[in-house]
Design a protein around this ligand. Structure first.
Ligand code: AQP
Length: 345
């Protein structure tokens, strides 16, 4: 979908469109995060100006153990690179290293309606899941996400299906701000991958696979060992049918077909033919082995990167300096438009 408004009034000198996305370091990343987001990013690095952020500010909307949050921040950045992102061709950084995210989020909070935030599915889900900690940050999470995106005059936001509602809200807030103050933000489009847009839990296939699921058998983590991966797929909840094909009331098999298709590029028809006359057991084993094979090189690169913390820190530093330079321009423009005075230096 193209934006006429962007085409007409928000031309930028650089030719490449801007892509922004991120992952919360709120747990070990799952194959849901992998298929819905980071696996798709390296293919974009030559044709777009790409920024990928480890969104630690978002992560604390749910209680985190500080030492673990720090470790997961490094791990998430290392996984970005292990999945194929080159820090020379992408801006890779940590959200809290660029204060403009929190600063713009505050301004956008004042242009986002209580009713809009109340309708967000993620807020409703997380309020149920963390009933004793329904904090204001959890509620205003989408305003921070809007700030992340709008700061960089982003054109496209690659995300899993679950985040599309937040992208819609980002667009609404940007349009509202532009209507009041004149053209300030580009209006971004979200886009979801064809395969792997929504990977479901292996234990409860009606629920999304999540890194923070307390049932460790429900999620396959990118860093799970081969045996662990195969074991989890063998235990995956299916149904009483025996034929490998999609169908109503076959949520578990539908999900395994989605995962298998995303890792192999095979169509549903090809998968059905491959497993014709064979039971679910064979299919589950094949999915497990395929996923383990595909993740092995990512895990190897991850381990090498984690062994060099100094290098990861240099990537963070370089990335945040580049991100800051872009973010500062948008933030100054916003501050000027809303009527803030600029300090004299
Ligand atoms: N199950 C999924 N299938 C496909 N894509 C998914 N994503 C998340 N889960 C799936 C995509 O991963 C990116 C990063 O997500 P996030 O860390 O910002 O937060 P999330 O969507 O809330 O992911 P989780 O794993 O469920 O985290 P927790 O448990 O901490 O809430 C996004 O592009 C998302 O769409």
């Amino acid at each position: 979908m193209e934006n006429r408004q962007n085409e007409v009034t928000m031309d930028r000198p650089e030719a490449k469109k801007v892509i922004f996305s991120g992952v919360q370091p709120s747990g070990m990343l799952t194959i849901g995060n992998y298929l819905g987001s980071i696996k798709n990013w390296p293919a974009l690095q030559d044709d777009y100006r790409c920024l990928y952020c480890v969104v630690d500010l978002h992560a604390i909307t749910v209680r985190q153990e500080p030492a673990e949050l720090r470790r997961r921040t490094y791990e998430t950045l290392a996984l970005y690179m292990a999945a194929g992102l080159d820090p020379e061709r992408n801006i890779l950084f940590v959200q809290s290293h660029v204060p403009a995210h929190a600063e713009l989020a505050w301004v956008l909070n004042c242009y986002t309606m209580f009713g809009e935030l109340s309708r967000m599915t993620q807020f409703k889900d997380k309020s149920r899941k963390y009933a004793t900690n329904i904090n204001a940050g959890l509620f205003t999470y989408p305003s921070l996400m809007a700030a992340d995106i709008l700061l960089y005059q982003t054109d496209l936001v690659p995300v899993g299906q679950d985040q599309m509602q937040h992208i819609e809200l980002t667009r609404d807030v940007a349009v509202r701000f532009n209507q009041v103050y004149g053209e300030t933000f580009r209006i971004p489009d979200g886009f979801v991958p064809k395969a792997g847009a929504k990977i479901m839990s292996l234990a409860e296939p009606e629920k999304k696979m999540s890194k923070s699921d307390s049932n460790k058998n429900a999620s396959v983590y990118i860093l799970d060992g081969r045996d662990e991966i195969v074991r989890k797929f063998k235990r995956a909840v299916t149904d009483s049918d025996t034929v490998v094909c999609r169908g109503e009331n076959k949520g578990g098999i539908n999900n395994l077909m989605t995962i298998y298709a995303a890792f192999t590029g095979k169509t549903d028809g090809e998968i059905e033919r491959e497993f014709e006359g064979r039971g679910y057991g064979d299919f589950k084993l094949a999915v497990g082995e395929t996923v383990a094979d595909a993740l092995a090189p990512v895990q190897e690169r991850f381990r090498a990167l984690m062994a060099d913390k100094g290098y990861l820190e240099s990537v963070m530093k370089d990335g945040s300096a580049k991100a800051f330079a872009m973010a500062r321009k948008t933030l100054s423009k916003v501050y000027r438009k809303v009527g803030f005075t600029q300090p004299k230096v």
